[in-house]
Design a protein around this ligand. Structure first.
Ligand code: MF3
Ligand code: CO
Ligand code: CO
Length: 268
């Protein structure tokens, strides 16, 4: 598969799409509370995209080969759901952890980002998993610069996850993105340093580690989209869309409500 290098005009448009995707998460954050259904969160996001942003939700009716059309505007993955959770009528309750994954299309360009939320007071395990997964994503992002390799990203992520006794999901990965939702390269969240594709300025891809408190094995539900941990352990995920710049990286999916990078990166 060909990897597209983005030009300045592509990059300007990807910044806009990325910011808009992140702004949907800013908008929905205050609605994430005990008692709300994930279908209601999805509906609010969809209305916001359509009415406030004039963006298109990329997931809606998305149909990769072998899949049925995806039925909703967002993916909302609660507790032991790893990814591709379909919003539905279940109400959130205190202690739930959830990932809201937003992909918008603006002027033909895709911005893809997700964040974790904890409903009320989470357990110590839940908070550790969510925060460690956030560090994993940022450790991966921090590897990005021309000359680095995809294996450097995967290794940085997996090393931190394993240090906490967590496992890394292998079946789903980050991806190139631009005027296509999922394009080359595949960005695995594990790997060997110094191996894999060499990064070049102008590449844009997502980094979106899925980290399980228990084993890495997955199980896909009968809806053919929802992916859960096989052992029913909790799973967390964060996602950014990242540009390789001449000097390093630029995170494209940022907005005023984006959480700060983790404390590990605060000093310089
Ligand atoms: N946004 C997801 C990703 O990060 C893909 C969702 S595909 C869908 O790649 F159809 F489930 F929405
Ligand atoms: Co993605
Ligand atoms: Co996504």
């Amino acid at each position: 598969m060909q990897i597209t290098l983005k030009n300045e005009q592509d990059i300007a448009r990807m910044r806009i799409a990325g910011q808009l995707a992140s702004e949907v998460l800013d908008y929905i954050a205050p609605f994430v509370r005990a008692g709300v259904t994930t279908a209601e969160l999805d509906r609010l996001c969809h209305v916001y995209m359509r009415e406030q942003q004039q963006t298109i939700p990329a997931p809606l009716n998305y149909q990769p080969s072998g899949y049925p059309p995806y039925p909703k505007a967002t993916c909302i993955s609660v507790n032991d759901v790893i990814c591709h959770g379909i919003p539905g009528d279940k109400k959130l309750k205190n202690g739930d952890i959830l990932n809201i994954d937003i992909t918008v299309i603006k002027n033909g360009y895709f911005g893809d980002t997700s964040r974790m939320f904890i409903v009320g007071e989470g357990s110590i395990l839940a908070k550790r998993l969510v925060n460690t997964t956030y560090e994993c994503m940022w450790l991966g992002i921090h590897q990005v610069r021309p000359g680095a390799r995809l294996g450097d990203i995967g290794h940085a992520i997996a090393q931190r996850a394993h240090a906490h006794g967590y496992s890394v999901v292998r079946e789903y990965c980050g991806h190139g993105i631009g005027t296509v939702f999922h394009e080359a390269p595949q960005v695995l969240h594990y790997g060997r340093p110094g191996t894999g594709l060499e990064l070049k300025a102008g590449m844009i891809f997502t980094i979106e580690p899925m980290i399980n408190a228990g084993g890495h094995e997955t199980r896909t539900m009968s809806d053919r989209w929802t992916v859960k941990t096989r052992d029913r352990s909790l799973s967390a995920q964060w996602e950014h869309t990242v540009l390789v710049t001449p000097s390093g990286y630029e995170v494209l999916t940022v907005s005023t409500g984006s959480p700060q990078p983790p404390a590990l990166f605060h000093s310089v």
